[in-house]
Ligand binder design. Structure first.
Ligand code: B16
Ligand code: MG
Length: 226
């Protein structure tokens, strides 16, 4: 934690980094609600109990690993072929929900903060487990904004493995130790730390998970620490 008080005033020391890697779902935009709705539709059809608390465990983890967490509550045993069909069914529902998104789903706070961080000279990239990353960025009008994108199509191991963040840093040409990661998932905070990066928690189960270097009060709080 980089905070203290000086002559009675609260001050924050700056994180000295060259690049900031952003998680997508739950940080840049709120596709997490669509993941929930799509998994809920599948779970209801299969008669499996599923709620928001279980959904929190799906943050940052891959589609198939998410399905395995949901199936923990099922008495049935499914074949690999059936599981792949379930994952595809969920993804089709999810993509229909994503189609309702537009640049209006990017908040002014997120847009203005990203623009200001770029203006301050930081390299900015995405590190997301989602194979739908490019489609989502297109929907919210950020297709050409980031200096690099590493996503679910680039990796073989999802968070908490650091692979996606290490790929993102490599694409930027920045050493992991010069990167900070912004995450809403505890799995993502673990991944950032495993990759030797600073971990900034925003919302979700990342917040106060005990491994974070800093808890962000809001997205724009980034402007106080960089
Ligand atoms: P998809 P993030 C993650 O995105 C989601 O948090 C997680 O819930 C999802 O299962 C995963 O992407 C895979 O997504 O099914 O679209 O490939 O938080 O890493 O940006
Ligand atoms: Mg996330």
């Amino acid at each position: 934690m980089h905070s203290g008080s000086l002559k009675g005033e609260k001050y924050f020391m700056k994180f000295e980094k060259k690049a900031i890697i952003f998680d997508l779902d739950g940080v840049i935009c709120f596709t997490d609600k669509f993941h929930y709705q799509a998994w809920k539709a599948l779970a209801d059809r299969l008669g499996i109990y599923f709620d928001e608390k279980i959904n929190d465990r799906l943050r940052g983890v891959s589609r198939m690993a998410s399905l395995e967490i949901i199936l923990e509550r099922s008495a049935e045993t499914y074949t690999q072929e059936q599981k792949e069909a379930f994952a595809e069914e969920k993804n089709n529902i999810y993509r229909e929900l994503l189609k309702t998104m537009s640049p209006a789903d990017l908040t002014d706070e997120v847009r203005d903060t990203l623009v200001e961080l770029r203006h301050r000279g930081y390299k900015l990239s995405i590190g997301s487990s989602s194979k739908n990353t490019k489609f989502i960025l297109e929907r919210i009008g950020l297709s050409d904004f980031f200096d690099a994108i590493a996503d679910g199509t680039d990796i073989s191991r999802s968070k908490p493995d650091p692979e996606v963040f290490l790929k993102s840093a490599a694409k930027l040409g920045v050493a992991p130790s010069d990167c900070a990661v912004v995450e809403d998932a505890k799995a993502g905070i673990e991944a950032a730390k495993a990759g030797g990066m600073a971990a900034l928690a925003l919302f979700g189960d990342a917040k106060d998970c005990g491994l974070e270097d800093y808890n962000l009060k809001s997205f724009s709080d980034l402007l106080n620490i960089f």
